[in-house]
Design a protein around this ligand. Structure first.
Ligand code: ADE
Length: 227
């Protein structure tokens, strides 16, 4: 998969993309992530990328020209399956959307900043708008990291244990069962006997029951959601 990210702050991504699963996915050449600084497409003397909103109001708006010339240049080289804009008023990211995106080949992700982007970009160049939750961030960069991580970890071969993503919370419509590791007894706080029993069938059954019970208690809405 190729992911092109358009941002005014490419440096924000380097820590996340150079560690753990996002790093491994790139090292294994399963994913290529390209960061593009929108300012490189600004044509004015001072490389302006934002301006005052028509009609007045607080804050600055990202200008159409640098964003669109950047998108057009990238589109001339790559056929994108989705051109995503991250915005608090987009559809809320969930596991289903992450699954859909994980089977795509090329994604372009646009991060907004300031008071957002010129509406004409959204209506004419964006194919999908995604929010990572009902709160407002200072920009789309953190949302882009969240989206990229949620998608990339689902691509086969990215995780070492192939079943690992499949047993994630939400993947089967349930939250994860509780997990324990050594020691089996920490100051009298004991790991459930069943997990030490070696009876694989019973352990699988126990984990499923725990996941179901937790989902009922904590996230009953998941039980009603369509897969
Ligand atoms: N940009 C600002 N807030 C955001 C959010 N909640 N989700 C996605 N992008 C955003």
């Amino acid at each position: 998969m190729q992911i092109d990210i358009l941002t005014l702050f490419p440096e924000m991504f380097t820590g996340f993309f150079s560690h753990s699963i996002l790093k491994r996915s790139q090292d294994k050449s399963i994913v290529t992530i390209n960061l593009h600084n929108i300012r490189d497409w600004a044509t004015s003397k001072h490389k302006n990328v934002d301006d005052y909103p028509y009609g007045g109001g607080a804050g600055m708006v990202m200008m159409i020209e640098p964003v669109v010339t950047c998108i057009e240049e990238l589109k001339s080289r790559t056929a994108y399956d989705e051109i995503i804009y991250l915005s608090p008023d987009g559809e809320t990211l969930n596991q289903k959307i992450a699954n859909q995106l994980s089977i795509q080949k090329n994604l372009l992700i646009l991060c907004g900043h300031y008071k957002g982007i010129d509406e004409r970009i959204r209506t004419n160049f964006i194919t999908r708008e995604i929010s990572i939750g009902d709160y407002v961030l200072s920009g789309g960069e953190m949302a882009a990291v969240v989206l990229t991580d949620a998608v990339v970890r689902l691509i086969p071969g990215v995780l070492n244990d192939e079943t690992s993503a499949l047993s994630d919370s939400y993947q089967d419509g349930l939250v994860s069962p509780p997990a324990y590791t050594r020691p089996a007894d920490f100051r009298g706080l004991k790991v459930p006997d069943i997990l030490l029993s070696g009876n694989d069938r019973e352990i699988v059954k126990w984990k499923y029951e725990q996941a179901l019970e937790r989902t009922k208690q904590r996230r009953p809405n998941l039980l009603n959601d369509q897969p």
